[in-house]
Design a binder for this molecule. Structure first.
Ligand code: THU
Length: 135
């Protein structure tokens, strides 16, 4: 497992290098670990119509689902901020919550050091698919 985490961290750092961010110059990389051990990466993809920008985490999720993966155990996220561990934006937290609350989020610095968190910690009292079934 430790090796898999290392690989996940390394893949999210590589994904950050693929970011298309000519407007913000703020590259972000993400790497999802599926329950069957696959790693799917994503980067932020910006647009001249700024609001159409897609975050790295959501790029990774869309890509994973399109490739047949909907069960995840972890996501690693990184950007160029060196002095603090940066978490996914609120919209991305909600998108991750769609696929379960009990997975691990590795907030990763550019040097590869990381802080482990859970999705529930990052998005407490979340709205989730389970609530739709309660009506
Ligand atoms: N961004 C992400 O890719 N993920 C986040 O969780 C926060 C923000 C991107 C969007 C935009 O391209 C750039 O970072 C600056 O906001």
């Amino acid at each position: 497992m430790a090796d898999k985490v290392k690989e996940l961290i390394s893949k999210c750092l590589q994904a950050r290098d693929m970011a298309y961010c000519p407007y913000s110059s703020f590259p972000v990389g993400a790497a999802l670990l599926t329950t069957d051990g696959a790693i799917i990466t994503g980067c932020n993809v910006e647009n001249a119509s700024y609001g159409l920008t897609v975050c790295a985490e959501r790029t990774a999720v869309q890509r994973a689902v399109a490739e047949g993966h909907t069960h995840f155990t972890a996501i690693a996220v990184t950007c160029d901020v060196k002095d603090s561990f940066v978490g996914p934006c609120g919209a991305c937290r909600q998108v991750l919550m769609e696929f379960g609350s009990e997975w691990t989020v590795y907030l990763t610095k550019p040097d590869g050091s990381y802080k482990e968190s859970s999705l529930t910690e990052l998005l407490p009292s979340a709205f989730s698919p389970a609530h739709l079934a309660k009506n």
